[in-house]
Design a protein around this ligand. Structure first.
Ligand SMILES: [Zn+2]
Length: 130
């Protein structure tokens, strides 16, 4: 009689680092939440720069991904210096960035350019060509 061997993936998954990602459509209401393809709302929290992206009307409604870790039911976005926020456009995963054309300054949170005070443009980028 042959014995079937069942491999459990659970121990391997448990050994992974805690950083993970959630992907879904970024919601206008409730704020700081995305809706996953299976219809679940995931609440997000993070640094003020991350929260500013989550309420940017240019990002709301997009296919959005945040890297970080679950803290109970809430997803804690990883620190902004680790580039945790992405959108998907035409199948491409693009880092959320903002660009000031006048000063050629790139930032990772929406708002005025710290140099010329003009509004920055939403400019998602392929990370490979930064
Ligand atoms: Zn500027």
């Amino acid at each position: 009689m042959r014995r079937r061997v069942f491999l459990s993936l659970a121990p391997a998954l448990a050994a992974q680092p805690s950083r993970t990602a959630v992907r879904g459509i970024l919601q206008r209401e409730p704020k700081y939440a995305l809706k996953t393809p299976d219809g679940n709302l995931v609440a997000l929290q993070g640094e003020s720069d991350a929260l500013a992206v989550l309420t940017d009307p240019r990002v709301i409604g997009l296919d959005f991904e945040a890297e970080g870790a679950f803290a109970g039911p809430v997803f804690e976005i990883a620190p902004m210096h680790t580039s945790p926020l992405y959108i998907y456009k035409a199948g491409q995963r693009l880092l959320v960035t903002y660009w000031c054309d006048v000063c050629a300054i790139r930032t990772y949170s929406p708002g005025s350019c710290w140099c010329c005070q003009e509004d920055t443009a939403f400019d998602p980028r392929d990370r490979k060509d930064k």
